[in-house]
Design a protein around this ligand. Structure first.
Ligand code: NDP
Length: 320
C-alpha cells in the first residue's frame, strides 16, 4: 500500500489544522488546506497567542464578509536553519500572509527580495504578504509601539524626548520608529556597551539633526531632558529576579514608562514606575496593534476595526 504513509500524514495534518496545533516543516511539505491560510513562524512557538488573536479577528471579519469565512491562522515551529526551505514552500502553498517571530525577524531579510523602506531601515521583517513575484516584507512593530504608547499613555513619539532601554532587535525597531516619527531626542541605555555603540553608529545617518546619545543604565546623565517617554526594549523583567534595566529614580521626571514585556503583566520596572506615580503600561497594546496592522496588510480591513477584538482575545488567552 504505497499511498498509506501519505494518507496517514494527511490525516495527522488535518487533526492538527482542525485543532490549531503546533505544525512542523513536515506538515508544511504535506500541506493541504481548503481555504486561505495565514501563519506565524517561530522557535519556540507553543506559547504564541497570535493564533488566538488573529483567529478571533478573522471570525468577526467573516460575519461581516463571507470571503473571510475560509481564512485561518496557523502556527509553525521552524528552526532558523529551515527558514530558507519554509518560505518558498509557504509561497508555493499560497499562504496569504506570514508573521515572523523570534528568531526569524532578522534572518528572513536575506530571503525576501521586496522589503518596505521602514523594514529595510530596521533590518528586520515581522510580516510577509504573498504576491505573484514573491514575498513582500513589512515591519509592523513600530506601528504597534507608536499606537500602543498613544493609546495607553497618551504620548506620541513625534516631538517627544525618548529614553530607550536595550540594543537588541526590538530596541533597533523602536529607535528607527522614533527617529522616523521625528522624536525630540533619543537617549539609549544598554547593559553591554559595545552593542549600544554598534546600534548608535548604525542609527546616526538616520538621526540627522535629532540629538542621539548613549548612556550606562546605572548612571543616567544628569542633563537628560525631563518629560521623556521611557521605553523598555530589553528582556530584563521577563523573570522576577532580573535587574532593573535602568535606574529610574535617577531619571529627570519622565512623562511615562512603556515596557514592551507583557508577560508578566507587571515587571519590576513598571512596579517602580507606579511607586514613583508615573503613568505606565505593559507591551500588550504593542502586540495587539502590530498584529492588527499585519492583518490590515493581508486583508485590507483597517487595523483599528480589528484591534479591540484582538485585544479582548489576548486578554482571554492570558487569563486577564
Ligand atoms: P534581543 O535578544 O534582541 O535583545 C535583548 C536586549 O535585552 C539586549 O539589549 C540585552 O542587552 C538586554 N538584556 C537582556 N537581558 C538583560 C538583563 N538581565 N539586564 C539588562 N539587559 C538585558 O531581544 P528582542 O530585542 O527581540 O526583545 C526584547 C524584549 O522585547 C523581549 O522581552 C520581548 O519579549 C519584547 N518584545 C515585545 C514585543 C511586543 O509586541 N510587546 C515585540 C518585540 C519584542 P545586552 O546587549 O547587554 O545583551
Amino acid at each position: 500500500m504505497p499511498g498509506a504513509p501519505r494518507a496517514a500524514s494527511l490525516e495527522n495534518l488535518k487533526a492538527k489544522t482542525d485543532n490549531s496545533g503546533v505544525l512542523t516543516l513536515a506538515d508544511l511539505e504535506a500541506w493541504s488546506f481548503d481555504g486561505t491560510p495565514l501563519a506565524v513562524l517561530g522557535q519556540p512557538i507553543k506559547h504564541s497567542i497570535s493564533p488566538a488573536m488573529h483567529n478571533a479577528a478573522l471570525a468577526a471579519m467573516a460575519q461581516r464578509d463571507a470571503r473571510f469565512a475560509t481564512w485561518k491562522y496557523f502556527r509553525f515551529e521552524i528552526a532558523p536553519t529551515d527558514l530558507g526551505r519554509a518560505l518558498p514552500l509557504l509561497h508555493a502553498k499560497r499562504f496569504r500572509g506570514i508573521n515572523l517571530t523570534v528568531p526569524h525577524k532578522v534572518i528572513a531579510v536575506d530571503h525576501i527580495a521586496d522589503i518596505s523602506p521602514a523594514a529595510k531601515q530596521i533590518g528586520a521583517v515581522n510580516t510577509l504578504l504573498w504576491t505573484e513575484a514573491g514575498w513582500q516584507g513589512h515591519n509592523t512593530d513600530g506601528y504597534g509601539l507608536a499606537t500602543g504608547t498613544r493609546e495607553d499613555l497618551h504620548v506620541a513619539l513625534s516631538r517627544t524626548h525618548i529614553v530607550l532601554l536595550g540594543a537588541g532587535g526590538a530596541a533597533r525597531g523602536a529607535a528607527v520608529e522614533c527617529l522616523l516619527a521625528g522624536c525630540a531626542s533619543l537617549a539609549i541605555a544598554n547593559r553591554t556597551r559595545e552593542n549600544l555603540d554598534a546600534l548608535l553608529a548604525s542609527l546616526r545617518p538616520l538621526a540627522g539633526t535629532i540629538p542621539l546619545r548613549g548612556f550606562a543604565p546605572g548612571e543616567p546623565p544628569p542633563d537628560l531632558p525631563a518629560g521623556a517617554l521611557v521605553v523598555n526594549a530589553t528582556s530584563a523583567g521577563l523573570r522576577d529576579t532580573d535587574p532593573m534595566p535602568v535606574n529610574l529614580d535617577a531619571l529627570p521626571t519622565p512623562a511615562g514608562v512603556y515596557d514592551m514585556i507583557y508577560n508578566p503583566p507587571e515587571t519590576t520596572l513598571l512596579r517602580a514606575a507606579k511607586t514613583l506615580g508615573l503613568p505606565c503600561a505593559n507591551g500588550l497594546s504593542m502586540l495587539v496593534h502590530q498584529g492588527a496592522k499585519a492583518l490590515e496588510i493581508w486583508s485590507g480591513t483597517p487595523a483599528d476595526v480589528n484591534a479591540p477584538i484582538m485585544a479582548a482575545a489576548v486578554r482571554t488567552a492570558l487569563g486577564r
